[in-house]
Design a binder for this molecule. Sequence first.
Ligand SMILES: Cc1cc2nc3c(=O)[nH]c(=O)nc-3n(C[C@H](O)[C@H](O)[C@H](O)COP(=O)(O)O)c2cc1C
Length: 321
Amino acid sequence: MEFLFAPMEGVTDYSYRLAHSRFFPGVSRYYSPFIAANQTCSMKTREKEDVAPEHNSGVVLVPQILTNNADVFLWAVDQMACRGWKRVNLNLGCPSATVFTHGKGAGFLTDISRLDFFFERVFDGLASRDVEISVKTRIGVEDPEEAGELLRIFQRYPIAELIVHPRLRKDFYLGEPDLDTYQLFYEEYRGSLVYNGDIRTPSDLRALLRRFPDTKTVMIGRGLIANPALVRVLQGGEEIGNGELQAFHDEVLERRLAALQGFQNTEGKMKELWYYMGDLFPGSERELKRIKKAHSLEEYRAAAAKLFREGRISAGAVPRT
Ligand SMILES: Cc1cc2nc3c(=O)[nH]c(=O)nc-3n(C[C@H](O)[C@H](O)[C@H](O)COP(=O)(O)O)c2cc1C
């Protein structure tokens, strides 16, 4: 079984991915948070740095692009190809209002004929390029009934992998994944299908495989941020311990301090990690609060060290999604 690390804007930056791949081998591919390719055909410095080969050494990266314009997408494909990336992912899932109202991300799912035309142009353009296209999608915008029509479009093109997060745009990340609608993809999609959503524990994976036994690949986001050793655990390996988590955390911190030039730019990102990782430490609410309230690097380091020293990781903890 293959495991993919989901893109998470603001969380899975290159510092995180590098540290993760060093500490926890087992992830087949890491997906970059979306690069918002726009009409001006330019990338922000942060985006360029995130996909630079020298910042991803040893990591199999699939850069993700957010656009609804085929020419802009092909421009972005070329940008990625010249950096050595052989597969590029299209974001059809971002639910945020600013993205959605511009008809991008999940907003692109509102205009099926435009999506069809987009793919036609893109796959024409790909004939002269040595790059594969992967797609990450939701099952619709407002109504699960939309899924059938979407599936029909996806079937028409040689998409290298179709990653399905079975929620509607209106669900954002709430509620249960809609496995009845996912079943349609599972039964009918002829290409390579990847399941994504709410895999946090071995029992979540077992339940998925009971219902969809031919699943070969799953993509995991929040469950892996909460427990960076999750893939190892899913493969029957050892649970994570305080020392290992601390060493990993410290490496992410040091890499980010260097990449983002100091604590001011790093603070929010480290605290966002704790939003998920904190679930491993039930009963350590006071220590977790100290981390949240730390306003200097010294305070932050001291608060994190105290948690790693005194907190107890619960192997049975089920992180939130
Ligand atoms: C904070 C946050 C940021 C995300 N950023 C992206 C993104 O940049 N691109 C994308 O395709 N999905 C993004 N997602 C969605 C995840 O990749 C994933 O599809 C979703 O979290 C469901 O999988 P999970 O339950 O394993 O986390 C984001 C999700 C969260 C919570």
